[in-house]
Design a protein around this ligand. Structure first.
Ligand SMILES: C[S@@+](CC[C@H](N)C(=O)[O-])C[C@H]1O[C@@H](n2cnc3c(N)ncnc32)[C@H](O)[C@@H]1O
Length: 216
């Protein structure tokens, strides 16, 4: 089938989903606009549907303690923080401090500064020193680190807690059998999680593929 037709249909379906879901929040809409104006890779942002989904996962989990790896401009952080229980905390790790002027100002604007802790540094060095257990971890940092971090991260999630991982379809390339380094790396990670008996895993095919792994 023509790839353009698939993409156009997919975009149309996403628009329909957005139009028939909770209305778009003005602060998140502004953050998305600012991200597109001021950053070099704005497509990294979670966006409306995934953001809403992450918020709902926190609500369904009754999450109080959440970790995000890869803050970027703070879009998903805001969604996660809105979904947690009263008195809860979202810790979010980012290596690029140049993004702070955007994320911090939007956390303030959203009135969420008291439920977000920003941690600056390399996730590989930060995570081993974090105190768990977390109800939910959203892994969305460097893709090359996914497999390296998996074991440490699973050790930090409570039984029944969730790991959500972004970009596991790698623009669909894992399914099309592409053989470049990036695709092989993501494919290897997906297989690693699927074979791990500590979790039940599920890949959802929306956006760039979101994996959910529930710790048993
Ligand atoms: C895909 S973006 C995150 C998007 C964000 N979670 C959202 O939903 O809008 C990935 C982010 O991870 C950060 N990053 C990359 N390597 C990292 C590392 N080793 N430790 C912490 N953050 C890292 C990047 O600087 C980038 O901002």
């Amino acid at each position: 089938m023509d790839e353009k037709i698939i993409n156009r249909d997919y975009d149309l379906m996403m628009k329909y989903c957005q139009a028939n879901s909770e209305p778009i929040d003005p602060i998140l809409a502004e953050l998305e606009r600012v991200t597109y104006l001021r950053t070099l890779a704005p497509q990294m942002i979670s966006g409306v549907i995934q953001g809403r989904f992450l918020q709902m996962l926190c609500q369904l989990q009754g999450a109080k303690k959440v970790l995000e790896v890869g803050t970027f401009t703070g879009y998903a952080t805001i969604c996660l923080a809105r979904g947690i229980q009263e008195g809860g905390m979202v810790s979010t790790i980012e290596v690029n401090k140049e993004l702070e002027y955007i994320s911090k100002s939007f956390f303030e604007k959203a009135g969420l500064s008291d439920r977000i802790t920003q941690i600056w540094g390399d996730a590989k060095e930060v995570i081993p020193n974090l105190e768990g257990p977390f109800d939910l971890i959203f892994l969305d940092g460097a893709k090359a680190d996914y497999a390296l971090l998996f074991d440490t991260i699973i050790g930090k999630i409570r039984p029944g807690g969730l790991l959500a991982v972004d970009n596991v379809l790698w623009s669909g390339k894992v399914a099309f059998g592409a053989t470049d380094k990036g695709t092989k790396m993501i494919d290897k990670f997906n297989q690693l999680v699927n074979k791990d008996e500590r979790v039940e895993s599920l890949i959802l095919p929306f956006r760039d593929g979101l994996m959910l792994a529930r710790k048993k």
